[in-house]
Design a protein around this ligand. Sequence first.
Ligand SMILES: [Fe+2]
Ligand SMILES: [Fe+2]
Length: 266
Amino acid sequence: MTRLRERSVTFAFPDDLAAGWHSTMPELACIANSVSLMMPYLEPYVVRATREALPHLDGELREDARRYIAQEAQHQAQHQRFNRLIAGQVRGIGVMEGMLRRTFGWLWRTRSERFHLAYAAAAEAGAYGVARWVERHHGELFRDADPTVARLYLWHLAEEVEHKNVAHDVYDARYGSRWPMAGAMLVSIAVFLVFAFVGTTLGLVHERRLLHPGSIARLCSWTFGFVFTELPNMLVSVLPGHHPSDFSDPTWFDLYLVGIEHQAAA
Ligand SMILES: [Fe+2]
Ligand SMILES: [Fe+2]
């Protein structure tokens, strides 16, 4: 039986939520907002690719893929609501969203079904790496964050851990060759870096911290920490014989999802 669950979660963001929603580390809000802004473009792309593969899948994998689609659709819908509050405050976000729309539209029109599914698998390996990194640092990262925004990111990352296998299994069921997955991994990293840089820069300008030494130091420390601990795992993910289940999951996210389900049931 599939372990994936469909959870209906809505986050009540206050109308006056500040784009810099972290009281002690505004640069964390800047980089996290840049990731959130990508979601309404990246996630519909992987949803569309997986949905088109559904008729070719059987049994439990088909059910997993259906639930994976439902989770990703929920993620991007919640980020979309959050992003509107950010876009209303930070100059240049509309231009960045236009670039994202054109980038994922171009990928969809010009690449093959195999590339789309490989990109989904690569993006999931990246999301899983981010989840593992955040889990190790979540105390310091979110202690002074707006609690609703913290819940948005932690819920999203928890479900990324939960569905880490699905895109990989869908790709394997349809293709299996590792070279296209390696190519898609490089493209997905490049797209992520470009938009994380653009979004974070716009956020830092808004916060008047573009050249702030403390902000630059923390962003560099987070980036190098991630590159040394999680980037190798992402690259291993495209090697023959590797499966996402080879990585042991941080158990904290499981407990977090149980808490979310209890809150929803109360
Ligand atoms: Fe997601
Ligand atoms: Fe995902």
